[in-house]
Design a binder for this molecule. Sequence first.
Ligand SMILES: Cc1cc2nc3c(=O)[nH]c(=O)nc-3n(C[C@H](O)[C@H](O)[C@H](O)COP(=O)(O)O)c2cc1C
Length: 308
Amino acid sequence: MIGLEWCAPLAGGFFLVFLVIYFLRSRTKKSGVNASERIRTGKIFYGTQYGTALGLAKKLAENAKSIGMDLEVCDLKTYEPEELCNESLVVLILATYTDGKPTENAKWFCQWLEENNGDERVGALHLQKLNFAVFGCGNSQYSESFNVVGREVDANLAALGGRRLWPFVPGDEDGGRMEKQFSTWSHHLFPLLEKLTIHSAASRSVLPPEATAEGQSSDDEGDDEAGETGEVDMEDMGGKPSKGGKGSKEMVTPALRANLTKQGYHILGSHSGVKLCRWTKSMLRGRGGCYKHTFYGIESHRCMEATP
Ligand SMILES: Cc1cc2nc3c(=O)[nH]c(=O)nc-3n(C[C@H](O)[C@H](O)[C@H](O)COP(=O)(O)O)c2cc1C
């Protein structure tokens, strides 16, 4: 028999155990370990010229309803890519055109991804919240540039920290295979969408990248290649022969020139490259500048990126 004198300590003990359990459970929930809230909404972006990609996007959105997903079909033309880091689920269906160029409505989005991927200030976890999958619309008759756009976007999203749900598939309209490829791709994707939870967005992709980015469409502003305008650069003055002159040393080799141009730099004379910083656009749009603005008050549109 337990004496009355033990009742109070025992009740106190039980109460303490209850408190500890309650505390531990609420902590686990807060840290997200048990947070398995399903992602039910997302966006389907399309890059289209003649409507194929849009048609597939609508079909995907319609089919997604059957698994309880509400996927909004969005025109990339009206989307601000700076918002991408806030998205949890994005499916992209992108057409490629001549020389591997994106469609007009996807141009800025592709350029933004390319620039951000090449920008060392943008971390590899920039898109860590994002789950994504890309399907390409192309034609293998264009062997050199077959599905370049989708392939590059897929690689850039992964490089910026996005989690690839399913490998990129280059849809091929040659021989009328695209529809079949698309339904197989969706067939693999849907079970993954069904399992998608907020928590799972934090775990990194285990899928090997099916494709690596190759080729490049540099859509940077302005076509005027510095160095080809005939203007003599200050650095090349002072009695030294100008670019290409006898005895001049080419500091920008053809390989380096190609590489810098690919990254959006404009080459100055024979020695340097400059490019508009992405924060310039951000600042002009009133979306804030880089750390130099935060710490030193330097306005990003008064700053430029230059090679040494
Ligand atoms: C003028 C033209 C150029 C094209 N260039 C390419 C190309 O370089 N690479 C590729 O994979 N597909 C190319 N295609 C095929 C398109 O990407 C394909 O037809 C796609 O389904 C078009 O999608 P859309 O109807 O959504 O614009 C080209 C098609 C046309 C009409």
